[in-house]
Each structure stands twice: as structure tokens, then as C-alpha cells.
Ligand binder design. Structure first.
Ligand SMILES: NC(=O)c1ccc[n+]([C@@H]2O[C@H](COP(=O)([O-])OP(=O)(O)OC[C@H]3O[C@@H](n4cnc5c(N)ncnc54)[C@H](OP(=O)(O)O)[C@@H]3O)[C@@H](O)[C@H]2O)c1
Length: 278
């Protein structure tokens, strides 16, 4: 039986790359939304479990975008604890933003399911928006990108597609218990992706593959915290070893249309002026 006292959808990470877009779509559909983040009206902090139950009050469904990363140490335990609090607070519908080809992500997905919630898993490839709204924006602006990534293809995924899928599975029946592998429609190397950004901006942006050790050293010299360096080098070495160099059709399955191409992302991001800051 539907609990009509529960109208809200809680969007964790609701000011981030995907969550912000999920909030936009749900709001446009007339769905009442609560942003779950430290700066939300009802603050939500992954590091402070006392904030979880208040954020879940009156909530029928939640989009679970974990911070900092589903591959970070402790993520499965924290996500599992959150899911248990959600179910015991009466929020049974959970949609997890997960990673593709990562053991740690599988552990997060298992922890979520063990809560007994009605779960949907969105297993995502690397976001295109990492270049425009994430940690690769600064290197792009600097005019030269140094990464420990060679000739391996990655099906870069548009955060707008993730949000379209999340909004659909949160508001339509038939998606509980499903796992969707979400990818873009084309494999690109990181060098290819940077070259496409350079082409649409009309600016020269170089790309150099560096060793994982050299990358870690450079980040340390910039003052990046050790745990972030560890996570990034793990993502570029282990997860980018070729295991994810194939396309999947989760976008087509849920939305009945193809995924957005990286070229469309690059054109639209360039039009915002985001890459013209320096
Ligand atoms: N980037 C990729 O290529 C990729 C690929 C696959 C999966 N993923 C997964 O996607 C997730 C990240 O999603 P995203 O990129 O959409 O988010 P994001 O852009 O990294 O956004 C960060 C969000 O988290 C909130 N936040 C930061 N610290 C918090 C805390 N301690 N407690 C609660 N909220 C906090 C921020 O708001 P406040 O500052 O207001 O708290 C903001 O809303 C990660 O779990 C990652 O593993 C990423």
C-alpha cells in the first residue's frame, strides 16, 4: 500500500554533477524533492549518521550518490548503514549511483541490497563532466593534461543521461531489483577526449601519458590529500586496465533512446564558456 504521507524524494549529492541534474528533472515533473547534502535545508552528512534520519523524514525514495567515491575505503559499510536507516525510517525505494568494473562498487551494491530495500543500481562509466565540472577541469584549462591513462578506450557517459535514467527509475514502476550498466555510445581514450575538447574550444590542449607514480608525485606536490591520490591512481590503473573497454545498453533499456555522444557533451560544454576561463 502506498504511504501518501511520504511525498519527498531525497537526492543525495543533490548539488553535485549528477544529483543537481536529478533534482532539476524531478522538480520539472512536479515531484517534491529534498536535496541531501551538507548545505541542504535539512543537512545531510555521510560522516555524521545523526543527520540521516532527519533527512529521510517524509521520504518515499532516495537517489544515493555517495561522497567521495563508491571505491573509497569504508563506502560499503557507510552505504549499508544508511540503507538500513532508510528502510527502518520507511524509505524503501533506493537508487544507487555505482561504478563499473569495480569490486568496491559491487560491495556497495550488496550492502544496499542487504537492507531489504527496493533497489535499482546504476553502474556508470566515467563521466564526461569530469572534464568540465570535476577534477580534470583545471588540467584542461591549463592547456596540458597529464594522466596515467594510455591507449585504453573508455565509454565516457554524460551526466545528463545518468540524470534522465535516475529520474525515470525513481518515478516509474518496474525498475526495482534491476541493475543497469550505463555507458556512452563510443569508446575514446583520454587523449581522444582531450583532443575533442581542444577541437571544439579552438585552443591547443596537449595530452601526455605519465606513469602512475609520476602522477601521484605531481598530485602530492600540489597538496592533494594522500587518500585522494590513492583513489585516483587506483581508478586510472586498476579500473582503466581495459576491463571496461566495451559498450553497454542501459541507457537504451531505460530511456528507449541512444546515449549522448561525447562530441555533443563537448560542444554544449564549450558553449557555456567553461573552458575559456584562462
Ligand atoms: N566521476 C565519475 O566518473 C564516476 C563514475 C562512476 C561512479 N561515480 C560515483 O559518483 C559519485 C559522485 O557523484 P557526483 O559526481 O554526481 O557527485 P559530485 O559532483 O562529486 O558531488 C558532490 C556532492 O556530494 C555532496 N557532499 C560532499 N561531501 C559530503 C558529505 N560529507 N556528506 C554528504 N554530502 C556530501 C556535495 O554537496 P555539499 O558540499 O553541499 O555537501 C555535492 O552535492 C561517487 O560515489 C562516485 O564513486 C563517479
Amino acid at each position: 500500500m502506498t504511504d501518501h504521507t511520504r511525498a519527498l524524494t531525497l537526492v543525495l549529492g543533490g548539488t553535485g554533477k549528477t544529483g543537481r541534474r536529478v533534482v532539476q528533472r524531478l522538480t520539472a515533473q512536479g515531484e517534491p524533492v529534498r536535496i541531501g547534502s551538507r548545505s541542504g535545508g535539512v543537512p545531510f552528512d555521510w560522516e555524521d549518521p545523526a543527520t540521516w534520519a532527519p533527512a529521510l523524514s517524509g521520504v518515499k525514495a532516495a537517489y544515493v550518490s555517495y561522497y567521495p567515491d563508491v571505491a573509497a575505503p569504508g563506502a560499503p559499510e557507510t552505504i549499508g548503514s544508511f540503507a538500513q536507516v532508510a528502510v527502518s525510517s520507511g524509505t524503501r525505494r533506493l537508487v544507487l549511483l555505482s561504478g563499473r568494473g569495480e569490486e568496491e562498487s559491487l560491495a556497495c551494491e550488496k550492502a544496499l541490497a542487504e537492507s531489504g530495500a527496493d533497489c535499482t543500481i546504476l553502474r556508470c562509466s566515467w563521466f564526461s563532466q569530469n572534464f568540465s565540472e570535476g577534477y580534470m577541469l583545471e588540467p584542461v584549462l591549463s592547456g596540458h593534461v597529464f594522466l596515467p591513462a594510455g591507449p585504453v578506450g573508455e565509454p565516457f557517459l554524460d551526466a545528463d543521461d545518468i540524470a534522465d535514467v535516475a529520474a525515470a527509475v525513481l518515478t516509474r514502476a518496474g525498475h526495482a531489483g534491476q541493475v543497469y550498466e550505463l555507458t556512452g555510445p563510443r569508446l575514446l581514450t583520454f587523449a581522444d577526449a582531450v583532443a575533442e575538447i581542444a577541437a571544439v574550444t579552438g585552443r591547443p590542449i596537449g595530452y601526455t601519458e605519465v606513469s602512475a607514480a609520476g602522477y601521484a608525485e605531481a598530485l602530492a606536490a600540489e597538496g592533494v590529500p594522500a587518500e585522494v591520490i590513492e583513489l585516483l591512481t587506483y581508478l586510472f590503473t586498476t579500473v582503466l586496465d581495459g576491463r571496461n573497454a566495451h559498450l553497454d545498453d542501459g541507457i537504451q533499456q531505460v530511456l528507449g533512446r541512444p546515449a549522448r555522444d561525447f562530441a555533443d557533451f563537448a560542444r554544449d560544454a564549450a558553449a557555456t564558456g567553461i573552458w575559456n576561463q584562462k
